[in-house]
Design a protein around this ligand. Sequence first.
Ligand code: ADP
Ligand code: ASP
Ligand code: MG
Length: 467
Amino acid sequence: MSVLAMKFGGTSVGSSAAIAQLSTIVNAQYQEWDHVVVVVSAMSGVTDMLITGAAAAARGDRTSAKSTAEALRARHHQTLKELAGDNADTAHVSSEIEALIGEFELLTQSVSVLGEASPRAIDAISSLGERMSVRLVAAALRASGRPAVAIDASDVVLTSAEFGNAAPLYPQTRERIQARIMPLFAQGITPVITGFIGATELGAVTTLGRGGSDYSGAIFGEALDADMVDIYTDVDGVMTTDPRLVSNAQVLPNLSYAEMGELAYFGAKVLHPKTIRPVIERGIPIRIRNTFNPSHTGTLVTRQSAPSERAIRAVTVIRNMNLITVEGRGMIGVQGIAARTFGAVSDAGANVLMISQASSEQSICFVIPNSSSTAVVTTLEQSLRHEIERGDIDRIKSRTDVVIVTVVGVGIHERPGVAAKVFAAVAAANVNILVIAQGSSECSISIVVAASDGDHSVKALHELALE
Ligand code: ADP
Ligand code: ASP
Ligand code: MG
C-alpha cells in the first residue's frame, strides 16, 4: 500500500482558482499512489486577520472584529460558490462555515468583555482559518468527483497545553490518526485535514506555531506510514536564498534533512523548522513543490543530499534580533556564570537563537528576538546583581536591531577555507561582523550583523552559493 501525504499552504488555497488547481493536482496523484491524505493551511492572510481581529477585540474595538467577520464571510462563501456552485452539498458546507464565523463572533465578544485575549483564546480564534479552508477544499474535491471529507486535526492530534506553540504527543496522536484515517482509506475517501492545529487532552484547541501546517503535514505523513510528504507552496522549491530578496536565487534540486533543518531554523520561511522531526527517523522523503507550476520537480529532502560542487548551498536571514553581551574581566573562572545567565534568559521566557562565548571567558553573548530584550535584560540584572555590585561583571549590553545571516551546506566543515571565503565576501561588502558562530550540526556558519547590513550581506554571500 503506497501513501502520499500532501500539504498545501495559504496561497495554494488562497482563491477558487488555486483550490481548483489543488484539486487537479490531488486527483492526478491517484495514478501513482494508492492513498492520498491532504493537509491544508488557512486561505492566505486569514490567520493574520483572525489574530488581528482578536487583538482589536481585546482593546475593546468591536467594530473591527465585526468587519473581520464580514470579510471572512464574503471571502469563504464566494470561494465556495465559485468552486462548487449551489447544491445540497454546498448548502451544508456553507452552514458549517457560517457556524465557524459565528464562533469567531462569539469568541471575540468574550475577549472584548474580558479586555484581554489569553493564549488559549487566541488559539481558539486562530484555528478557525484552517477549519474553514478544509471544508472548501473537501467540497472542491467532491465537486470534481472525488469522495472527500474535511477533518479537524483537533480531533486527532493530541498536544501539550502550550498554546501558540503546542507539542504533539506521541504515540497517542499516531494511534488516533490511524484509527480515524485508515477506515477512510479503505473506503476510497480522501481525508482533507486542517494543518496548524491540535487539542489538549481536555479538548482545548491548540496551535503548533505560525507556519505550523508544514509540521502537521509531516505528522500525518509519519502517522500513516506515508512513502512521501509533499509540501505544495508558491515557489518552485527551496532556493539558494529568499527569492524576494535576491532575484537570481535558484532552486536546489535536493537537500539533506540536516541542511533543510538548518535553513528552516535560521529563517527560510519555505518550511517550518519542526517539519523534519517526524519524518527523520523513518527517512520519509519530503518534496517541496509549486502548486502553480506542478511540472517542476521541486526540491527533494532526504537523509543525504547528492554530492554538490558547492560547499555553501544556501543563505538565510532572521531579522528583528537583539544581541545581548554579558562582559567583565572578573568573570574568568567565576563558577556557574553561563548557567545563571541562561537560567535568567529562560526565566524571562526568551528563545535563544545563537550563543557565542569569547575564549578568554570575558564575555558571553547571545541573540534573542527584539521583543524579549527588555524582559531578558531586567531578569539578567536581577539575577547577576551580586557580580555586578562586586565588579566581576562590568556590563550587560543590549544591541537592538541586528540580524543573523547564515550560510548552509554539508560541505562547509568538510572543506578547508570556507569560513575564510565567507569572511572575505562579507568584508568586501564593507560589513562589520559583530559575532560569529558555527552551527552545532556542522553544516552552517552564522554571523550577526547590523540590520542595515543584512541585505547586502545576504547578497554578497549568495554569490558563494552560485559560484
Ligand atoms: P505557504 O503558505 O505555502 O506555507 P510560505 O509563505 O510559508 O508559504 O513559504 C513560502 C515562501 O517562503 C516563498 O514564497 C518565499 O518567499 C519564502 N522563502 C524564504 N526563503 C526561501 C528559500 N530559501 N527558498 C524558497 N522560498 C523561500
Ligand atoms: N495558517 C497558519 C499560519 O498562517 C499555519 C500555516 O499557514 O502554516 O501561520
Ligand atoms: Mg508556510
